[in-house]
Design a protein around this ligand. Structure first.
Ligand SMILES: [Zn+2]
Length: 264
């Protein structure tokens, strides 16, 4: 029981030191246990390593459009993300219809994504979604969730100390599966939907027609049905819930788009 108490105390200290933060744009409160600065430093190191080990695209058209779109959307979120050094890199891998973002503003786009891109607004759909993950601090929430899951597993393991090994293994396996299917998956889907919603507003404010996002995600879905399932989509929300939410946010997004259009 001593170990269990220590684990709970450790968690309490983490929660008290960092605790809950409000997501800009949606006002949802979120659990963040890790100091953001530590996460940013880790991500910067990881991204630097990726740049060293993965081939970077020399396609000048891809690079120019990613920089152009990335800068515009980063500019929209500058009040929420002051002192962020955004970095947009195109990685050479035609098989990956994929993109990612890390805490601290490192965004990677794979060349495979360009097979679906016809205009800047298409790219803006993906880049704004990725930037939204960063602004909403989804990375920190995922790490915090992993810490809680690990602590839950630890507590369960310790309380089963006297049970025989077979029972214990079975319970741990069930708990592991339950943690993945019951908690982790819906949680990250809710992050995906939140990133869709925030991203739609960002792209509109940056001067890209938000209706283009519907066209883009439809194309992505057709690609998925054709059997080319990008990893990008594996944790993404079901197509229908994604489209439904985008449509329900569209009126707001179009108002934002109309407000900036004369300026751009
Ligand atoms: Zn996402």
């Amino acid at each position: 029981m001593k170990k269990f108490t220590a684990a709970v105390l450790f968690l309490l200290v983490l929660i008290l030191q960092n605790g809950c933060t409000t997501v800009p744009g949606t006002g949802r409160s979120a659990l963040m246990l890790v100091p953001e600065s530590a996460l940013v430093e880790q991500s910067n190191n990881l991204f630097r390593e990726m740049r060293r080990k993965t081939r970077i695209s020399r396609n000048s058209e891809y690079n120019a459009s990613v920089q152009r779109v990335g800068r515009k959307i980063a500019d929209v979120v500058k009040d929420d993300m002051p002192n962020t050094h955004w970095e947009f890199v195109v990685f050479e891998d035609a098989s990956q219809v994929n993109a990612f973002a890390m805490p601290g503003g490192k965004v990677g786009i794979y060349t495979g994504l360009f097979s679906l891109v016809e205009q800047d607004a298409d790219l803006a759909t993906v880049v704004s979604h990725e930037i939204a993950h960063v602004v909403a601090r989804h990375g920190n929430q995922r790490v915090s969730q992993q810490i809680l899951l690990a602590a839950g597993g630890l507590a369960l393991g310790l309380s089963l100390d006297d049970e025989d090994r077979a029972t214990r293994n079975a319970v741990m396996t069930a708990y592991g599966m339950g943690s993945t299917l019951g908690v982790a998956l819906p949680y990250s889907r809710s992050h995906e939907l939140e990133a869709d919603k925030l991203g739609l507003i960002y792209m509109a404010r940056a001067g890209y027609d938000p209706r283009r996002s519907l066209v883009f995600w439809e194309k992505m879905m057709r690609r998925q049905r054709a059997g080319l399932l990008p990893e990008f989509l594996s944790t993404h929300p079901a197509h229908q819930s994604r489209i439904r939410q985008l449509k329900s946010t569209m009126e707001w997004a179009l108002a934002e788009y109309d407000a900036v259009r004369p300026l751009r």
